[in-house]
Ligand binder design. Structure first.
Ligand SMILES: Cc1ncc(C[n+]2csc(CCOP(=O)(O)OP(=O)(O)O)c2C)c(N)n1
Length: 875
């Protein structure tokens, strides 16, 4: 009798009961043949999918078991969603996949496809080598008595190995890597390619030999791949540092060699990236075609995916309501409407619930059917054969037409949302029982028995066999090392190789002065910017973007209004004319999608330079930066990267014009993102050099950089007096780029007067204000050194300490807010380094910036700076 909370024991009991109750097959089916006339799957393939489903189910049970004695750290499972095995089978192993957290079966199938391309895949399964189905797997009789329930009761991590019957299979290519003590003594599984004769295939079914075929269809490479996939997943559950993608940093489905891109726990946040990846796949396909026509020798990075790949991303039904999902659907549809191809397959795994909240009856279908530009397919996840047919059709449609589609896969959710979820609080026992009765793995078993491919007992034997394997691996991996030091944890966070970055900048200069000189002259209309006289900040950034686009064939500039208009402040003016609409393009008005395009393009090997029109509007999309972009290296140990340079126009001082949203001075949300580079150029010459550094750092190290451009300084020309032109600067000719290189995390120091009395530490607009204030103080005999941080992350700590110590009096001029502002970090850095001199702060008021002259009331003024300096000197 089921309790009103489905426990692993309940589910296991029910599974056994259901399989035991299956009537003996009435005929013998041939695994090499299609399941029925016109069926897309053969019996052998269905058996393979059953095994993937069973492996996934056993992983869920193992996850709860590991948790029960404190060795597992993740219990969200895939139970009820195992129909997604059919989706994996309908795709190709090189189709990039961004997966829902209930993708155990999908992952197993993907691993098997990669190990053996003959596995059901890409809708091209009918031609699979039928003989392969005759290879034997270890006999199922060996697992008789190996009941997960018993093992659970045993509770000992030595249990299963000790109780495993003689002859238990140890199909595990990793055994060489394992400590000998954990390896069961018997190893009856013969080497690859050898038929299992020692234990014989199917003693358990011998008395049914007339009615059932033996369980010979699980081909060895598939079984091994499932075992290895199980090991990956279990390593994730126990936070083993040997877990293949995140190295113990998270439990994710991901592996670079399987084209499975890890996703975060933030539901739907991977969908904008998936759309971006699909856009990039298509773009690279076209580039490839062009490259092919141009012949060999093009140095551009080869596309990481097949040119006809499609991107698949899966998620739950509640997730379709999330703003990130809405953004992704809309963006895919928007581009489709414009005629641009986006080969993305969205897969909504609809179990009807988001933790405890029901999706209203019919809502998911209604919502998904009505997405403009996205073709709708629907399948029953409990019917793996039917789901395969529909998924194959959907995948083929996306592949052929290069257009977006959504597959609505109905599922159930078994064992609650996660281990600690007491479903009885929000579901009736009847509802829970209905879902258990709709167990998709039982449904596959039923189908197999009906097709005469196995008996219930054989399938149960297989279930036990897989269960034992999974428990055995679980025991092995829980002894594996964890991450044990901060250095180990953060190692893949944000690699920095400053020498290589410097060399990349120097090489870019050499190319621009040498082989690309002609193209450069042409792009700049015969007049390169170094000959154009002193430039403003905006002009300097424009020139550096031009040089960047020239030097990096993979670089693309995109955002709202950047192309036709050339940016609302003219910073990207002329770029589209110079480089074409494929490399400089206007996007739709959605910051989440703009960053999502960057995320996908970066993964595809491009060098994306998205623009966020105003800092205020980064805030409604910032998860794409902090949750997605910045975490990719961390959760993939650097195997995957999404380099990008996000240009953001921001900060205040527009003389009251535009109010808060055009004067936003809050960067706190960026400053604490581990690994993120934040550049704030104040002067034109720094801006060009820093942009080159960011592009090089993104290209070399995969860095995610925010390039925050102070709007108020874009067109500023003068520093001290009208017409002095001292805020302009000439553009460096390429030969001087190496010498003028600005490394990440290095400040710039200006000496004013004697430079002996006060150190002002500032950035952005504060640099200009501080220089003006310092000039006035110099007239009074006060010597100041003004330190322009230039980089808010990582802070130029060494430069700070040196300059602070030089005077012993520090004034931090911080145009961001007093709370959470940059000044907090600067003061903390000084304290941490043991600075013992005097320090004060002037900072923005904790307020939003009001319209008109009232803005001055909350922003730092030059008067406040001089006053602050005088107070310091008076101490
Ligand atoms: C943005 C976000 N908000 C809240 C959560 C917490 N949360 C985790 S799973 C989940 C429910 C998701 O339901 P659904 O998309 O239907 O997937 P299911 O778990 O049912 O497969 C919630 C609210 C989250 N992970 N991310």
């Amino acid at each position: 009798m089921l309790s009103d909370v489905t426990t692993p024991q309940d589910l296991d009991d029910r599974f056994r009961e259901s399989l035991a109750a299956l009537a003996a097959p009435q005929h013998r089916g041939d695994p090499a043949q299609p399941l029925a006339d016109g069926a897309a799957l053969t019996g052998a393939q269905l058996l393979d999918l059953f095994d993937a489903q069973v492996t996934s189910r056993q992983l869920d049970l193992a996850g709860r078991w590991l948790r029960s004695f404190g060795e597992g750290y993740y219990t969200i499972g895939s139970a009820g969603h195992e129909g997604n095995a059919a989706v994996a089978a309908a795709l190709r192993p090189d189709d990039p996949a961004l997966l829902h957290y209930r993708s155990g079966a999908f992952y197993c199938v993907r691993a098997a496809q990669a190990a053996d391309p003959a596995t059901a895949s890409g809708g091209d399964v009918a031609g699979q080598d039928a003989a392969a189905g005759q290879e034997a797997v270890a006999g199922v009789e060996t697992s008789a008595g190996a009941d997960p329930g018993e093992r659970e009761v045993a509770g000992s991590i030595d249990g299963p190995a000790a109780t495993a019957p003689d002859g238990e299979a140890a199909a595990d290519p990793n055994l060489e890597d394992e400590p000998a003590a954990t390896v069961p003594s018997a190893d009856p599984e013969p080497p690859t390619g050898t038929a299992s004769t020692a234990s014989g295939p199917v003693a358990a079914g011998e008395d049914e030999v007339d009615t059932a075929v033996s369980m010979t269809s699980v081909r060895r490479p598939v079984a091994r791949a499932y075992t290895e996939a199980a090991r990956d997943v279990l390593r994730g559950m126990v936070a083993s540092s040997r877990e293949p993608i995140a190295g113990g940093r998270h439990k994710v489905f991901g592996r670079a060699d399987l084209a499975v891109v890890p996703t975060t726990s933030t539901i739907a946040s991977h969908l904008p990236r998936a759309v971006g990846m699909a856009l990039a796949v298509e773009r690279l396909r076209r580039l490839d075609a062009r490259r092919g026509a141009a012949g060999p020798g093009d140095p551009a990075t080869p596309a990481p995916w097949a040119s006809d790949a499609i991107v698949v991303c899966s998620f739950g039904d509640a997730s379709i309501n999330h703003a990130s999902a809405a953004a992704a659907f809309n963006t895919a549809g928007w581009y489709d409407h414009t005629g641009l191809r986006i080969p993305v397959l969205f897969v909504c795994e609809d179990n009807g619930l988001g933790i405890s909240v029901r999706s209203p009856q019919g809502w998911v279908a209604t919502a998904l059917r009505s997405k403009p530009g996205i073709r709708y397919f629907a399948a029953d996840g409990a019917d793996v054969v039917g789901a395969y047919a529909v998924a194959a059709e959907a995948a083929a449609w996306v592949r052929r037409h290069r257009r977006p589609a959504v597959l609505h896969l109905t599922t159930v959710r078994l064992m609650g949302h996660a281990g600690a979820d007491a479903e009885s609080a929000y579901r009736t026992p009847g509802e829970i029982a209905t879902d258990v009765a709709a167990d998709p793995v039982v449904a596959t078993a039923r189908r197999l028995v009906e097709a005469g491919l196995a008996s219930g007992a054989e399938l149960l034997g297989r279930y036990d066999e897989v269960g034992w394997q999974v428990r055995r691996i679980a025991e092995q991996v829980l002894d594996e090392p964890k991450l044990t030091s901060p250095a180990e944890v953060i190692a893949p966070l944000a690699p920095r190789r400053p020498l290589r970055v410097a060399r990349a900048v120097a090489d870019a200069g050499t190319r621009a002065a040498g082989p690309r000189a002609g193209a450069r002259a042409e792009v700049f209309g015969g007049k390169p910017p170094e000959l154009a006289g002193p430039l403003t900040l905006a002009q300097s950034i424009n020139a550096a973007l031009t040089d960047g686009l020239l030097d990096h064939p993979q670089m693309a500039v995109f955002g709202e209004d950047v192309a036709a208009k050339g940016g609302v402040y003219g910073v990207t003016k002329g770029l589209r004319d110079r480089f074409g609409a494929a490399r400089v393009f206007d996007t739709l008005l959605d910051e989440t999608s703009i960053l999502g395009l960057g995320l996908g393009a970066g993964l595809a090997g491009m060098l994306p330079v998205p623009e966020i029109q105003y800092l205020a509007y980064l805030h409604n999309a910032e998860d794409q930066l902090r949750g997605e972009a910045a975490t990719m290296g961390f959760f993939s140990q650097g195997a995957l990267r999404n380099p990008m340079v996000v240009r953001v126009a921001g900060l205040a001082y527009q003389e009251g014009f535009g109010g808060h949203f055009h004067n936003d001075n809050s960067v706190a949300v960026l400053r604490d993102v581990p690994g993120l580079v934040i550049a704030v150029p104040a002067r034109p010459d720094d801006a060009a050099a820093m942009l080159r550094t960011c592009l090089a750092s993104a290209a070399v190290d995969g860095s995610v950089c925010v390039f925050l451009e102070p709007i108020a300084l874009y067109h500023t020309r003068d520093l001290y007096a009208d017409g002095d032109g001292e805020w302009l600067a000439p553009y460096s000719e390429p030969g001087a780029w190496a010498g003028g290189h600005v490394p990440v995390g290095r400040a710039r120091v200006y000496g004013v007067g004697s430079a002996e009395d006060v150190t002002i530490i500032t950035f952005g607009n504060g640099v200009r204000m501080s220089l003006r204030a310092a000039s006035r103080m110099a007239d009074e005999g006060i010597g100041t050194r003004v330190v322009d941080l230039r980089w808010l992350a990582p802070l130029p700590v060494a430069d700070l300490i040196r300059e602070a110590t030089a005077t012993g009096r520090v004034l931090v001029v911080d145009e961001t807010r007093r709370s959470g502002g940059v000044g907090e970090g600067v003061i903390a850095a000084l304290v941490d380094a043991g600075y013992v001199g005097a320090a004060r702060r002037v900072a923005g008021v904790d307020s939003f910036v009001p319209l008109g002259p009232a803005a001055r009331q909350v922003l730092v003024s030059e008067e406040a700076i001089t006053q602050g300096a005088r107070t310091l000197l008076a101490r």
